[in-house]
Ligand binder design. Sequence first.
Ligand code: UN1
Length: 497
Amino acid sequence: MHSFEDLKKAGLRDDELTGGTLTVKSPIDGAEIAKVHQTPASDMPAVIDRAQEAFAAWRKVPAPERGELVRLFGEELRKAKDELGAIVTLEAGKIVSEGLGEVQEMIDICDFAVGLSRQLYGLTIASERPGHRMAETWHPMGPVGVITAFNFPVAPWAWNAALALVCGDPVIWKPSEKTPLTAMACLKIFARAADRFGKAPEGLVQLAIGGPEIGEALVNAREVPVISATGSTRMGEIVGPKVAARFGRCILELGGNNAMIVAPSADLDMAIRAIVFSAVGTAGQRCTSLRRLIVHESIRAELVEKLAKAYASLPIGDPRDSATLVGPLIDEGAQAAMMTALEAAKAEGGTVHGGAVAEGVAGGAYVTPAIVDMPTQTDTVRAETFAPILYVLGYSELDEAIAIQNDVPQGLSSCIFTLNVREAETFLSAVGSDCGIANVNIGPSGAEIGGAFGGEKATGGGRESGSDAWKGYMRRQTSTVNYSAELPLAQGVKFDI
Ligand code: UN1
């Protein structure tokens, strides 16, 4: 069983875990596990100065050498996988395999970033002028402020940090106030990599623990040109305009309201497995969690019945128990929000299966996941409730299903289960899903590192981790070099003196 001892194993000292003003509770049983020291808001200018100093040195280190630091970090993460996964379980309440899976995402992004450190390619562009060469180069941007949420306390930080570091940018991390311990453990692991590397400037990666005033200091600082923030749409609505007002760059990964369309030809057994993992995994607290099922009317009753059966046998309880699939919600507030959403859905004509307070471990906020058969897509369905609620809606024609899928404020992840290639390709086409992620015969959650992660509309538009997401951490410079003895102007303009 994971416990306080895991924190010690991860190298966290007694004095770091006691005597502070931020109380950290485990969602497993609500028990207090630490009292962590917060970064005073008045320290933030010094934190930002240190990051700027680190930037002055780090941008001069060749990118493949910066990659070597990230490679060592990946190695240290491999060694520390069990203990860091255990802290994710203790502090975020994830089941053991999901805690470990999150650390694996960190390792995967490190591997990705190491390769990338030799591939920060720019283009060579054909110039219209004779004797001229035009090219673009990617340069480091400056300190990156990374704001993360409780539900994925370590992986999204690593997506940002691994890319930022190979791109030549220092990192200032503000973790969720609910999960500072995982962040502290990550810094210990990073410090081991930096020690082995030997050439990392001081202040290359810093942690700032605390409330909104810490986020505010980062968001308002011109010296922090990139802010990457993961969290609610409400948070993004505050952060986005403030960063824009100072012409900073935002990478926003906000709420999702992810759907699955189940077509008549779908392999229902496969669909059910995908639905259960996506809808109840992480107790419905992933930004990619499945929240809406849009089912063809001809199979709706059968699917709901089979799903209700699968839900009835779900092991709910202590996430440290290897048989458990559904751990606790983060806190009682989340449990109350779930109950409020279920009441509202009922008032809008929904039929609720499950969705009760569950026993679990005393002191924790456990629930039975809910399936809610809805007559139409109502305001309650359109809102993201961070809990295991799956709304079921019906459809007759694919166009209608796609319209329902897109008719929500968010645009993160989506999928279709079908064996019909016309339906699958239509779903992925320009008239299909409007989300950043669109899958076929795979659920909407559990994305891999190689692809760009993020979504449109109220999801914020940011892209992280794979593909060319690295460009968000660098500045692009277009340079034209004239190696001729003439000075022709572009567009044929004459300006002879
Ligand atoms: C999140 O919930 O903020 O695709 C991230 C997934 C994970 C990442 C989720 N790889 O579900």
